[in-house]
Design a protein around this ligand. Structure first.
Ligand SMILES: [Zn+2]
Length: 119
């Protein structure tokens, strides 16, 4: 009995969260599964269905035997249910998924910090 009760509860919860999100490329409500590499970076541009994030990484140069900083830009899909909480300057987490278009193969997983908190 207990098992069936919890199942029903979960289904209800999903319906509530999924309200208003009919995005097929959403990793929570759509058919896209997030898997693979995870990155954290700051949002530099926001477009209707995607965002551009910039992340700094250290690269080892064997010629000079030291590390140097390099910036990488990644385009990620922004699901409809997260459209209102993510703005330019925020620190967010993205994860790799199947290629959604020519340049998009990442989805936004969650927001870590807002831009105002970072300042
Ligand atoms: Zn969604």
């Amino acid at each position: 009995m207990k098992k069936t009760e919890t199942k029903a509860k979960n289904e209800e919860g999903k319906k509530i969260v999924g309200a208003g999100c009919n995005d097929n490329k959403c990793h929570i409500h759509g058919s896209v599964k997030a898997r693979g590499r995870v990155y954290e970076g700051t949002v530099t541009r926001k477009l209707p269905t995607r965002i551009v994030i910039e992340l700094e990484r250290m690269i080892y140069s064997s010629k000079y035997e030291r590390y140097y900083k390099s910036k990488t830009k990644i385009h990620a899909h922004l699901p409809k249910c997260m459209e209102n909480e993510i703005h330019v300057g925020d620190l967010i987490k993205i994860q790799e998924c199947r290629p959604l278009s020519k340049i998009i193969h990442f989805v936004v997983i969650k927001k870590i910090k807002s831009g105002e908190e970072l300042k």
